[in-house]
Write a new protein. Structure first.
Ligand code: C2E
Ligand code: MG
Ligand code: MG
Length: 688
């Protein structure tokens, strides 16, 4: 995942510190090399066969280094250390360092290491061997030397201590370099691959004395070492592989959520460092993509085809990602792109538009061209969050925003965040109010609807009211906005349906026959639950279904038209009428009027409120009335506050009106009293 060039590249951050460290380490290691290697005259002459049987494999086996797990393969384990540690135990420091340095040079040439990197590697080994040798000299500098007939018990302890010293010095040297190179905490870097290194490097080092003892017996035993060496190599490879697949999505081969988390955290560290260096702060954009019609593809064409689609989308996203970008699949039909180094937040939006563009081309599935659009939410570091969790949450809020508005792309804005602490507090209070039996904070108010040409009260709209114990009356629109994206919305709608059906049934037994309209939100229409509930309540109360009406908004239709349409069709089949609320705001599409099983259109109150003073508003209201009339729909004007508006609506041929001119929303029992007092307004009276 990390570009391999990074292994050779000079680090952009902490350049001075990193290279200072590399230089000092290289000089110290170099010092050991130049003092020890020339003092190796006789090594190869003392035991030519055994020595060469260890030295030659040392030079060859590094062709297959063991990589350590983790994304930064700053450290690989070279199997040559098994042979060179054996050489140390038998022939001392000089020969060990000489062979190890030669092995490093060969690897460096083969893998095109930068000079500084090869020098550092050679030095790192020279210092590790130097330290191990210092421990050995406490007892015997060459405990398994040519004169020795095998290790005494004391020797074994010292050999173990030397191996441990070698390991610790080497690990500290390498992972301090990793830390200086990539940042984060020093201790975190030291700990990162510790377990894996103990297993691999530790096994290699401890094979050293076994190799030496075998060589003491007979040089012919030396090749046997390749069997355990192969086993260690397999083990290291498997555990690295395992670590790697834990970070991959098996279907698309993209990174998974866990890998994205690490990448975001790393990139945030890099971006924060650049900012603290006084450089212009680059932006890091997190794009969250959710496909629009994936569920339909899965349902209609089967999961195999659904998988094909996800793989294709994964490929397109890879191609659409900017250089240095990182693509992940988070599960289901959710993907993420991380784009580092952007000049500003707008660039994140531009990038998202580009991604949408690449998705606009239909995908060929089973020979069928399938259109799969998507919505992308964008959150940008540092504006929209300082860590992975905040960025993810905010990108999610933005994505939902985009879906809700019917846009392809939305950048996070705090106003649409439903999860601020204040809102979460409000939500908890609301849930409590809804779930506590006998709690009277929540109530339904009813606003009369008047048929204009007779002046009769034909219906009511049920409107939710919540008197919060501390905040007082909560604006219903705010309340719905907070609850809409959560499970609390279901509780609200249940409550509304229960209360309204009970109220209308009660009025009916008192001889008051009115129709009640109730408002439902987007979420209610996504699941069919509402249909079952309506059917159950109607059945229990014996109320005819035409006594109820659902008000839906066009916003609800935009979110997921297919599912919403299915629910609406089922409601309509029950015999409950559907009214299109707030008509004329936002996303009006004449298609809705044609495609939906509507009975009624409600002209939004913003136009009605303005129609007496504003000729444009008046024209909009008039043409809506005409259009609805032509389609055979009833028109309701809401927000009638004065007599002049009422008269204009009568003149325009509007069917029904609702507004403060007639009555404000009121509790159910007040409505009965109001109805008793109600007098039909008289048109023949001159207008005020
Ligand atoms: P809406 O469905 O468009 O409801 C009409 C709104 O217009 C109500 O606001 C009503 O009080 C107000 N209104 C009626 N006549 C007049 C008038 O003459 N002048 C003015 N200025 N306003 C008038 P309210 O009760 O604040 O509700 C606001 C919105 O909250 C509703 O808009 C509806 O979208 C939502 N809402 C209310 N109750 C519920 C509910 O039970 N469930 C759901 N899902 N949404 C609800
Ligand atoms: Mg309404
Ligand atoms: Mg309305």
């Amino acid at each position: 995942m990390e570009p391999s060039t990074l292994r050779n590249a000079a680090p952009p951050e902490r350049r001075g510190l990193f290279f200072g460290y590399v230089t000092v380490t290289s000089l110290l290691g170099g010092l050991i090399v130049v003092t020890q290697v020339p003092a190796v005259p006789h090594a190869s002459t003392v035991a030519p066969v055994a020595f060469w049987l260890m030295a030659l494999p040392a030079l060859l086996v590094d062709a297959r280094p063991f990589s350590t797990p983790g994304r930064r393969d700053a450290s690989v384990v070279f199997p040559s250390i098994c042979f060179t540690f054996a050489i140390l135990l038998r022939w001392g420091l000089g020969p060990a360092i000489m062979v190890q340095t030669a092995a490093v040079i060969i690897v460096g040439l083969r893998m095109h290491y930068a000079l500084w990197r090869a020098a550092f590697n050679a030095a790192q080994y020279a210092l590790s061997f130097g330290a191990a040798y210092a421990v050995l000299t406490l007892v015997d500098p060459t405990p398994l030397g040519p004169g020795s007939s095998g290790p005494a018990l004391g020797h074994v302890a010292v050999i173990l201590a030397a191996a441990a010293t070698w390991f610790v010095v080497n690990h500290l040297l390498v992972y301090t370099a990793v830390w200086l190179r990539f940042g984060g905490s020093w201790w975190g870097a030291i700990r990162s691959a510790f377990g894996h290194e103990v297993l691999t490097t530790g096994s290699l080092l401890l094979l050293g004395p076994i190799l030496t003892v075998a060589a003491l017996e007979s040089a012919a035993l030396i090749p046997f070492i390749f069997v355990p060496l192969y086993a260690v190599e397999r083990m290291a490879r498997l555990s690295t592989e395992q670590e790697r697949t834990a970070l991959l999505d098996p279907l698309t081969g993209l990174a998974n959520r866990k890998a994205l988390l690490t990448e975001v955290s790393d990139q945030i560290t890099v971006h924060a460092e650049r900012a603290s260096d006084g450089q212009a702060t680059p932006r890091l954009a997190l794009l969250l993509l959710d496909l629009d019609r994936f569920k339909h593809v899965n349902d209609a064409l089967g999961h195999g085809v659904g998988d094909q689609l996800l793989v294709e989308i994964g490929d397109r996203l890879r191609r659409a990602a900017p250089p240095g970008g990182f693509v992940a699949r988070l599960g289901g039909d959710e993907f993420a792109i991380l784009a580092p180094g952007l000049p500003d937040a707008a660039a994140g939006q531009g990038l998202a538009m580009g991604v949408i563009e690449t998705l606009s081309e239909p995908v060929l599935l089973d020979g069928l061209p399938v259109d799969v659009g998507g919505s992308i939410g964008v959150a940008v570091y540092p504006e929209h969050g300082a860590d992975f969790a905040a960025l993810m949450r905010h990108a999610d809020v933005a994505m939902y925003d985009a879906k809700h508005r019917g846009d392809a792309v939305a950048v996070y804005v705090p106003e649409s965040d439903h999860n601020s602490p204040e809102r979460l507090g409000l939500l908890a209070d609301l849930r409590r109010a809804l779930e506590t039996p006998g709690c009277d904070e929540i109530a339904l108010y009813y606003q009369p609807q008047i048929e204009l040409h007779t002046g009769e009260v034909v219906g009511v709209e049920a409107l939710l009211r919540w008197r919060h114990p501390v905040r007082g009356m909560v604006n219903p629109e705010d309340l719905i906005r907070v609850a809409e994206h959560t499970a609390v919305m279901r509780l609200i709608t249940r409550r509304v349906i229960d209360d309204v059906v009970a109220q209308v049934a009660k009025w009916a037994t008192d001889g008051i026959l009115v129709r009640a309209a109730l408002n439902v939100s987007v979420r209610d229409l996504h699941t069919g639950e509402i249909v079952e509930q309506l059917a159950a309540r109607l059945g229990e109360s014996g109320l005819p279904p035409d006594r109820l009406q659902l008000e839906i908004t066009e916003g609800a239709l935009m979110a997921d038209p297919r599912r919403v349409l299915a629910t609406i069709a089922r409601v309509s089949a029950l015999g409950v009428a559907i009214s299109l609320d707030d008509f004329g705001t936002g996303y009006s599409s004449l298609q809705h009027l044609r495609r939906l099983p509507l009975t009624e259109v409600k002209v939004d109150r913003s136009f009605v409120l303005g129609m007496a003073a504003d000729t444009d508003d008046a024209a909009i209201v008039r043409s809506t009335i005409e259009l609805a009339g032509a389609l055979g729909l009833r028109v309701v004007a809401e927000g009638v506050e004065d007599e002049r508006t009422w008269r204009m609506l009568v003149a325009a041929g509007c069917d029904t009106a609702q507004g403060w001119f007639f009555a404000r929303p009121m509790p159910g029992d007040e409505f009965v009293a109001w109805l008793a007092r109600y007098r039909v307004p008289r048109l023949d009276r001159p207008a005020a």
